[in-house]
Design a binder for this molecule. Structure first.
Ligand code: B12
Length: 304
């Protein structure tokens, strides 16, 4: 068997996105703004990436996942490019993908111990947010693909996995909580909403901004938000709605009232579009042009 380092490429932008987990628009933006990487072009003008480009993208991703701004990360990579022959060759399979595959295999075997140990092994791969987005979310989506209301096996697998995921997400949340917060957020599911994992995605993102998140959990009606807002005086309220509510406009109006002057934002697949339907009640909704980070950038935090 040959011991030569494995070479990959030429690859399309879609293949690189798949391989590295960095979406194609981000790859284009990194190239346009920072020239990292700068792939060759085919005769027809399409980008062709080789293994060194892929290695650069992976390093860029590791740095940005660790909280370094893309501009600074690109500068660092430009200043210290790996010597081509000494550069460590990237593993062909992405370590995050490998962990996801192992977790899904453990779920298939109904092996909760392996599920938890594989998941906890995945925790060392990157930042809390990276592990969440590249391990936990893909596992839950894979579960969603096989889940059927008339298939008790898939339902049992889903219950088993959700319990472990929530447990680990809560541990991560405790660890990621900022020790010197600059703000406070209330994070909750809207009334009747049971999908709680997105709450931790929000909490982790806020923790990166040194905002402490108080997670109120599933099924949090407007009346409960009103009390929490009054007692805790948060800087923001973040709501999640995965399943479309029965009467979204009435619900949004009620949350608008509960939040009063406190800025609030809502996201998830159940949020009614367009964004104006939320804005009319004083809230904002996640969508094109508005990420949680952009929303937070516009807030005046009280400092806590
Ligand atoms: C686990 C699960 C359940 C569990 C939830 C357990 C729990 N405690 O969380 C249980 C069994 C309770 C459940 C119930 C139901 N579920 Co379910 N469930 C799932 C599953 C498999 C995983 C959900 C998950 O955790 N995903 C991972 C999260 C993190 O990803 P995400 O939802 O995409 O969220 C991301 C963004 O949207 C964003 N986000 C979300 N909200 C917000 C808010 C803000 C402010 C911000 C910034 C970002 C943000 O953050 C996340 C990270 O990127 C999904 C499959 C899937 N594809 O997700 C189905 C899924 C969500 N369920 C679905 C359905 C239909 C149901 C039921 C109606 C089924 C039924 N007939 O009973 C009920 C509804 C219950 C209810 N009223 O809420 C559908 C939803 C379709 C839709 N959008 O309408 C899905 C997609 C399955 C499918 N393919 O059909 N479910």
């Amino acid at each position: 068997m040959s011991t030569a380092p494995h070479r990959i490429g030429p690859l399309s932008i879609g293949a690189v996105a798949e391989l590295t987990g960095v979406p194609a628009p981000t790859l284009r933006a990194w190239e346009r703004r920072y020239g990292v990487p700068h792939p060759d072009r085919s005769a027809s003008g399409h980008r062709i990436y080789d293994d060194r480009d892929v290695a650069l993208v992976r390093r860029m991703r590791r740095l940005t996942d660790g909280g370094i701004a893309p501009r600074v990360a690109a500068e660092r990579l430009r200043r210290a490019p790996p010597a081509p022959d000494q550069a460590p060759q990237p593993p062909v399979s992405d370590p995050y993908d490998t962990v996801v595959e192992r977790i899904v295999a453990a779920i298939d075997r109904f092996d909760p111990d392996a599920l938890e140990s594989e998941l906890r092994r995945g925790l060392v791969l990157g930042s809390t947010l990276a592990v969440y987005e590249r391990v936990m979310v893909p596992v839950m989506r894979a579960l969603g693909e096989r889940w059927r209301h008339d298939d008790p096996v898939s339902i049992a697998q889903e219950h088993l996995t959700t319990e472990v995921m929530r447990d680990v997400a809560q541990d991560l949340h405790r660890l990621a909580r900022p020790s010197d917060p600059v703000g406070l957020a209330i994070v909750a599911c809207v009334a009747d909403e049971q999908h709680v994992l997105p709450l931790y995605a929000i909490a982790f993102r806020l923790a990166q901004r040194r905002i402490k998140a108080v997670v109120l959990g599933a099924r949090t009606p407007p009346s409960v938000i009103a009390v929490a807002v009054e007692r805790m005086q948060p800087d923001l309220v973040a709501l999640s709605s995965t399943v479309r509510p029965a009467d979204p406009d009435a619900l949004l109006a009620a949350y608008g009232q509960s939040c009063g002057a406190t800025p609030w934002i809502i996201g998830g697949t159940g949020v009614p579009q367009p964004a104006e339907r939320v804005a009319v009640h004083g809230g904002r909704c996640i969508g094109p042009g508005l990420s949680l980070d952009v929303f937070v950038d516009r807030l005046t935090l009280t400092g806590r």
